[in-house]
Design a protein around this ligand. Structure first.
Ligand SMILES: [Fe+2]
Ligand SMILES: [Fe+2]
Length: 296
């Protein structure tokens, strides 16, 4: 059985490191675990693992990682090697005991990792000083990719991802896709974009409940920040959502109640319908052109 527990961590580039660290620690309530090689490692604090790394630069994804088992690292390494994909073993990040790094066809860097702390989350055994709105964990990543079909095929063929849902254009190319490696509806989302510089549509944090999201949004607003979209419930995955742009230049989603999916479930395929609001099942929440087309 797969050892994957959704996304393990992501390192994002931010335009102003100090401003971003202050936001993610003070407003979001993440715990600073370590600083090394210009990267600030932050965790949600319910285990010793880091969830979000920040490095000063532009915006978007420096790399992201899925947790797997040691056996899976061996297996995927040999499959990627056989397929002619360059890989590298990396284990220099805090808490990361082993890692296999490679590039997706869109050039985004991905890792499969094992971590030292595999304990389960216990609310009364926090690491560091969490606050009342701190997310439970990282949930999923949605990449902005200039070739969603190439990334989708790579994730399916080499890494055993399954496509839970996708939206296709008139000629059948993928506009958006949601892929799972474990039992949740999506661990990785793909949003087709024309801009090869943009690598991230959003990074999502897992919240306990709608009430937890409400408290977070109250805190966000009290600190002078506004939501971009939501809250509402998504079509794909059925998860609750609220989106905002974080200081440093990346879009963040708060989410809860992500559906679990039968491993044998077939892909749900929908054609794009620009007249219909496909983002929110409830209606009343209309995504802007910027939300649909812009990333970081
Ligand atoms: Fe990593
Ligand atoms: Fe999402």
């Amino acid at each position: 059985m797969s050892g994957v527990k959704k996304i393990e961590h992501a390192v994002l580039e931010v335009t102003d490191l100090d401003e971003a660290v202050e936001f993610y620690t003070d407003v979001v309530g993440l715990v600073e675990l370590e600083r090394a090689d210009d990267v600030v490692y932050l965790g949600c604090g319910l285990d010793e693992n880091y969830d979000l790394g920040l490095v000063e630069g532009q915006t978007g994804v420096e790399h992201f990682a899925l947790r797997v088992t040691a056996e899976e690292i061996e297996e995927y390494e040999s499959r990627l090697d056989d397929a002619g994909v360059e890989t590298e073993r990396v284990s220099d990040e805090p808490g990361q005991t082993d890692g296999l790094r490679f590039s997706l066809p869109s050039d985004v860097e991905m890792e499969l990792v094992t971590v030292a702390d595999s304990s389960y989350h216990h609310p009364v055994k926090p690491e560091g000083d969490r606050n009342a709105v701190t997310p439970r964990d990282l949930d999923h990543i949605n990449l902005m990719t200039h070739d969603a079909d190439a990334d989708l095929e790579f994730l399916e063929e080499h890494l055993d991802f399954a496509v839970s849902d996708k939206i296709v254009g008139e000629s059948g190319f993928t506009i958006q896709a949601w892929l799972r490696h474990g039992r949740f509806h999506h661990d990785v989302g793909l949003s087709n974009g024309n801009d090869v510089v943009r690598t991230l549509h959003h990074l999502a944090f897992q919240m306990d409940s709608f009430d937890h999201m409400k408290k977070f949004c109250d805190r966000l607003a009290s600190k002078g920040h506004r939501l971009e979209l939501g809250p509402s419930r998504h079509n794909a995955g059925g998860n609750l959502f609220a989106y905002f742009w974080a200081p440093g230049g990346n879009r963040i989603e708060l989410t809860a109640e992500m559906a679990t999916v039968d491993p044998d479930a077939e892909t749900g395929i929908r054609e794009i319908d620009r007249e219909t609001n496909t983002v929110s099942t409830w209606g009343g929440v209309v995504p802007t052109k910027e939300f649909l087309e812009e990333g970081s």
